[in-house]
Design a protein around this ligand. Structure first.
Ligand code: PMP
Length: 460
């Protein structure tokens, strides 16, 4: 008998790699996709589900008849529910309400209980899906799978996904690209591949609104915001991500992810979900800047399009979100800077006094200023926060360190204006980085000025 299994669990992994011939047309690099939607539970998360449960049993933390609890965007739930179905555990899953109904239905199909929580609350809020899953996971008879902090998550990819990729590609892989959710995939795969060949580049893809991009480039946590894409991006730092294995982080917006998801299905015939579109969109952006003859790039596609039929593959839903409109070519930050002219970046230090900083801002006529320490960006100061401090007794003499805010983001010269526009829905300013060093600032008015000069808005 060939390819006959004792049960479904040994069908996890060993997924095919497929060349993206159409989408990569015109590029010198060879672009490949690892089709993780072909795992039996429908996603890459089957791999961590098995590892988490095996490790928990081995550690004596998971007993027969226990309930496995998890906060999940759906895929980890499907994986855990599949393993639980065979091993006799019960499952309870906590899901944010932005997740698609198909994902909930898929979990219930395995016999799971699904608890839905609001998306638009802080992680610390007692209603958040992190809080609710932690609480339910702490109850008697429960085992909390905890994919955001469970070392079995990156371990699954270090022990299986990484070696599988290395072997499939005959070691001829130059770049690995994956979305950043828990970071488990990229951390485990990245660690394994770099151990085989330290020159392999590991590229993470992050949606606008998530904090990974800024954190990777500055080491600081900026304010997060909501976005529509499911499965990748976070508003806190999970312990399952290790940035030391990541060489670069590329940022994508909802619209380009969804449009690319549709293209992967139509042009390559691979029925994938939104985070796969995100990974491909991010990978193609990165390759355009780093293209080279014969370079082998592998993109991991985490899940299937079947979970997004009522969203990404539904024209009404896409139109409502403004995701069907063609991207207007306003160019990149480089074009904006060129049009506006280079400006010297005025910056202050954390130890500077409130009065001195107010003086600097007045002198230059600016209402926000970056705080830089040893050439590294620490955050932003706004006239509002300075005013509040100055009003207090002795306020003028205080160091500005305690007034530093996280209401900013970082970009580079290649960041598209379309991405910048979305970023400005949540932040007051964007700093242009050269490595870790901020070299320029873009404010909302700069962006309005630039766009209206291109569209002729404001001219009568
Ligand atoms: N895509 C989808 C659809 C997912 O559910 C996840 C996991 N949240 C990811 C991508 C990201 O994978 P990881 O958590 O390993 O970073």
């Amino acid at each position: 008998m060939r390819n006959v299994h004792d049960n479904i669990l040994s069908c996890v992994g060993d997924t095919p790699i497929v060349r993206l011939g159409n989408l990569a047309r015109g590029l010198k690099s060879n672009v490949y996709a690892k089709c993780e939607m072909l795992n039996p539970g429908g996603s890459v998360k089957d791999r961590i589900a098995l590892q988490i449960i095996d490790d928990a049993v081995a550690a004596g933390e998971l007993h027969p008849g226990a309930t496995i609890v998890e906060g999940t965007s759906g895929n980890t739930g499907a994986g855990l529910a599949m393993v639980a179905a065979l091993r006799g555990y019960r499952t309870t899953f906590v899901m944010p309400d932005k997740q698609s109904e198909e994902k909930r239905a898929a979990l219930r199909a395995y016999g799971a209980r699904v608890v839905v929580t609001p998306t638009a609350v802080e992680p610390e809020d007692e209603r958040s899906y992190y809080s609710v899953s932690t609480r339910l996971g702490g109850e008697a008879g429960a085992y909390f799978a905890n994919q955001y902090h469970n070392p079995s998550n990156p371990k699954a990819h270090y022990l299986a996904t990484g070696p599988e990729i290395w072997e499939q590609m005959d070691g001829k892989i130059d770049v690995f690209v994956g979305g950043l959710g828990t970071g488990g995939t990229i951390t485990g795969v990245g660690k394994y591949l770099k151990e085989q060949n330290p020159d392999i580049k590991i590229i993470g893809v992050d949606p606008v609104g998530s904090l990974y991009y800024d954190y990777f480039h500055t080491g600081e946590l900026t304010d997060a915001a909501t976005y529509v894409l499911e499965g990748i991006g976070e508003d806190f730092l999970p312990s399952t991500i290790d940035f030391s294995f990541i060489d670069d982080v590329v940022r994508v917006n909802d619209k380009e992810c969804f449009q690319m998801t549709r293209r992967v299905v139509r042009e390559e015939g691979i029925f994938c979900g939104g985070s796969s579109g995100a990974a491909v969109a991010g990978a193609l952006k990165w390759i355009r800047l780093n293209d080279a003859e014969g370079k082998n790039v592998l993109i991991l596609l985490p899940d299937s399009g079947s979970r997004y039929l009522s969203k990404i593959f539904n024209d009404a839903w896409m139109r409502e979100g403004g995701f069907l409109e063609p991207e207007v070519g306003f160019g990149s930050v480089r074009d904006l800077v060129h049009a506006r002219g280079d400006r010297e970046l005025i910056a202050v230090e954390p130890s500077d006094r409130v009065t001195a900083v107010v003086g600097t801002m007045k002198l230059h006529g600016i209402s926000q200023v970056p705080v830089v320490e040893n050439g590294r960006l620490r955050g932003i100061l706004t006239d509002t926060s300075l005013l509040e401090r100055a009003l207090r007794v002795g306020g003028g003499n205080a160091a500005v360190a305690e007034l530093i805010q996280a209401n900013y983001t970082t970009v580079d010269l290649d960041t598209e204006i379309s991405v910048l526009v979305e970023l400005f829905r949540r932040v007051k300013a964007a700093f242009i980085l050269d490595g870790q060093r901020p070299v320029g600032i873009i404010t909302k008015i700069d962006l309005i000025d630039y766009i209206s000069s291109l569209t002729g808005a404001g001219e009568s």
